[in-house]
Each structure stands twice: as structure tokens, then as C-alpha cells.
Design a protein around this ligand. Sequence first.
Ligand code: NAD
Length: 354
Amino acid sequence: MTAFWTGPDFDDHESVQLVHDRASGLTAILALHSTHLGPGAGGTRFWHYPDPADAMRDALRLSRGMSYKNAMAGLPMGGGKGVILADAQRRKSPEILAAFGDAIAALGGRYVCAEDVGMTEADMVAIARRTEHVTGLPSADGKAAGGDPGPFTASGIYLGIKAAVAQRLGRDSLKGVHVAVQGCGSVGGGVAKLLAGDGARLTLADIDEARAAALARQLGAEQVAAEAIMGTQCDVFSPNALGAILGDAGIARLQAPIVAGGANNQLARPEHGPALAARGILYAPDYVINAGGIIAVALEYLARRSGERCGIEQVQRRLDEIPGRLSDIWRQAEGSTRSPDQVADAMAQKLIGR
Ligand code: NAD
């Protein structure tokens, strides 16, 4: 068996902790990639992994992604990620969440927990009963930043798609621009609604077909089968489901000049960034375009720690910086032999001192 710290996903992570609590049945991984810029902030995923090695892979890759994402978003936060290994029925209990909260508390603020796939705002509230190092908690009056990061993530992606359309297609409006959206959950659904508001033409898909159908009806969009969405002829392919979809086969199927969406770790391997560029496809690096949610919950956390209040307009100002950051990356890539993901990685590594 290969030890994870000699495998390709280990990137000099500062610490990787396996947490097991026999009483509650919690098994979790807490991975801290870098605390160079501040406490390692990132979501916790609650997922069933038939092969636990995949949980470790997720924890390692996603925590590194958080270091890059937080650095590029200009946040004083490092990168961390939690993965709770759910059983096959994905049973979650108050005891599991409490034990997980205790494990975060034991890290003394080196990891700040937020919501990710399989977790909810109510879960963050439950964890907050055991530790102060959790964010994405509902705001009392709905006017301060807080709660589900999904809508903020969607908002940043929408702005990023507009920038990509201007950059690649030379169009300053989304009216009639055809976007194929993969995944109609919190992020994909939010992106689709914002795009529809600007008159974009939408094709939607989700493995939960009823979910995609309901959204398609609401927005007057077309729906295709989940297997068909990547091959849709369109202006923008927006991946908002799971990662690693941009591999050899996925890239070969694409019929869009732009890939811009919120899924984490979209590139299956590092060589797939240059492979997109070689096909003339403009790529919005995932951790730059999908930073809206962490921006919102990080500002919420920092404000709470200093006894202040973070208004939604403050978050919006930071979301508005995402398109400029992407344009800067694309400009640098154009003037070099590097692809946008390579430019972004180099910028992020410099920021975290690597
Ligand atoms: P979600 O669970 O609300 O939605 C995901 C949707 O994708 C679900 O409806 C699911 O059925 C669908 N799906 C799964 N596999 C699919 C497939 N192969 N084809 C089509 N649809 C598929 O999750 P979310 O919060 O919307 O997150 C979506 C992605 O965005 C994830 O990769 C997540 O890590 C990333 N992300 C989310 C946030 C956030 O704030 N929620 C922030 C940054 C990145």
C-alpha cells in the first residue's frame, strides 16, 4: 500500500489528522494544507466513500485548493478541509456533529469549518455548539453576511461567466448566450437563475432529473440527460456538480469555447489545463471563479471574531473583484506559453510562500 504522503495528492500539507470517535461513530479527516496566510478555512464534506482512499484524496486535494482559493481571493486565511466519512446510508446524527465540533475545537482555531457537499446550515449551527471556529451561520436579520455560502458562490460565478463571455466572444451582454449548466443544486441552480435573468439561453442537466426538470420549467430552459450535457453545442459549459470532469474524454467531448463553473477540482490532472488551451477553450480556473462562498463566510467569521458586523454590500464588493482577477489571469496566459490554470497556480503559490 502506498502511504498517502508519498502519493501525488500530498503537497507538503502541514497536518493531516484522522479523527475517530468510537462512541458517536465519527470517522473524519481534517487536512490543513497551509496556514501561511491565516487559519486554514474550508468546507467540510459529508460523503460516503466506498473506498476510504478516495476520502483522503479529496481531503488532500480540496485543502490545497482552499489554500489557493483563499490566497487568490485576498483573504487572510490558509487552506483546510474536513471530510466526514459517512456510512452507505449517509446517516448523520447530533452525536457525529458534536464529536466533529470537538475535533475542530481541539485544533484551537487552526481550522475554520464551513459548509460543503452533504452539509447544511443547520449542521454548522450544531457544530457551533462545540466550537467557535465554524462559519456560515445564519444572520439574525438576514442583512449581514452569513448562512449558506451557495448563493454567494453562484453570484461570483455569474460575474465570472460574464467576464469570460466578454473576453472570448467579445460580447458585453449575456442575452442569447447559450450556457450548458451541469448540476442544478445550490450553486448550479443559483447560476442558472442569474443567467436567465440576463436573457441567456440555458440547457440544464442533473443526475437528479426531477430537480433539473423543475428548474428548466421555472426558467424556460431546455433539459438534457446528465450524460449529454458535456457534449452540448453551446457558448459556455458551466460545470457545477462534481470534480475531475475535465479529463481526456471530457475535454474531447466539449463543444463550447468557454468552461466556467463552480465545481471544485475540475481538471482531472495538471496536463488538462494546457489541453483545454490547446483546443482553444477559455478556462476560468475553478478556485478563482468559485470563491464567492468562502469570501462570504470568511468575512462573516472575521467580523464575528472582532465583534463587528459584516454587511452583504461588503461581501458584494469583494465578489465584484472576481471578474478582474480572471481577466488578469487570462491576460497573463495570453502573453505567455502558460495556460490560465498554470498562471493562477503560480500566482497562488507565490502568495502562500511556496
Ligand atoms: P449540491 O449538492 O447542492 O448540488 C450538486 C448537484 O449536482 C446535485 O443536484 C447533484 O444531483 C448534481 N450532480 C451530481 N453529479 C452529477 C453529474 N454527474 N451530472 C449532473 N449533475 C450531477 O452542491 P453545490 O453546493 O451546488 O456544489 C456544487 C459544486 O460546487 C461542488 O463541486 C462543490 O464542491 C462546488 N462548490 C460549492 C460551493 C458552495 O458554496 N456550495 C463553493 C465552492 C465550490
